[in-house]
Design a protein around this ligand. Sequence first.
Ligand SMILES: Cc1cc2nc3c(=O)[nH]c(=O)nc-3n(C[C@H](O)[C@H](O)[C@H](O)COP(=O)(O)O)c2cc1C
Length: 250
Amino acid sequence: MPELKETKGFQYLKGSRFDRFSMENRQRPAIAKIEPFKRYPHAGKIPLPRTWILTEEHLTPLLQHRRSLRKYSTEPPISLEHLAFLLWASQGITGQAGKYLFRAAPSGGALYPVETYISAHSIQGLAAGLYHFDAEHFALDRLTEQDAAEAVATACLDQKFMAQAAVVFLWTGVFRRAMSKYGDRGMRYILLDAGHICQNVLLAAEAVGCGGCPIGAFYDSELNQLLQIDGEEESILYAASVGKKIPPGT
Ligand SMILES: Cc1cc2nc3c(=O)[nH]c(=O)nc-3n(C[C@H](O)[C@H](O)[C@H](O)COP(=O)(O)O)c2cc1C
């Protein structure tokens, strides 16, 4: 491994810095645009309920009690309402201004380059398998018929606890969405967006008696393969397992 300043990561940050000179001479990147929403026209669509019932939750205890949770109660499963709430917290549409649909998590330039997928393991009324979150229609696109719990955990450096979670969130970046506007710097925004989304889900999980663990350790190509994405136009960035907390004293 090279010394800090020779690493690709450092060089990338350096190469994507804004300074007054580069801002004044900035040109639009020669990167073609892409659709703002990913569509799966042939997938079965599962509408998500908007009927989650939450008692009024205060932010302070959610922040105080959030801890990365790696042991989950498998019974009872998470309700579809609570899963819908977590998906809404991730990237649900919460506002509109003209053609812009704003979402629960902020996004550089409101370009929303991050896509949310889930590996459902133990959700009431939802078959196990991989799904894509269709934020525009507040629905899930069913991608596979098979339970992917073990495959996802294996692809995440064999972190077996992930297979015990009720659901694993998988976040990918569709790079053109942000990079066609921001060039190299867009990559920073994509990663920052993913962090916002994940934190929203972790706090929302806390609000419904669940806990989650953010996951950055995975074999990228294995998760990309499971999601049937090419790893170039779109690639996995981040994940989080979420499950019910084990009641104290059990
Ligand atoms: C970017 C990122 C990647 C992480 N990846 C993993 C992971 O792959 N496996 C894991 O068990 N925990 C992972 N974690 C959780 C951290 O270990 C955890 O946040 C840290 O120990 C602090 O504990 P807390 O989250 O309970 O406050 C990750 C956290 C972040 C922010």
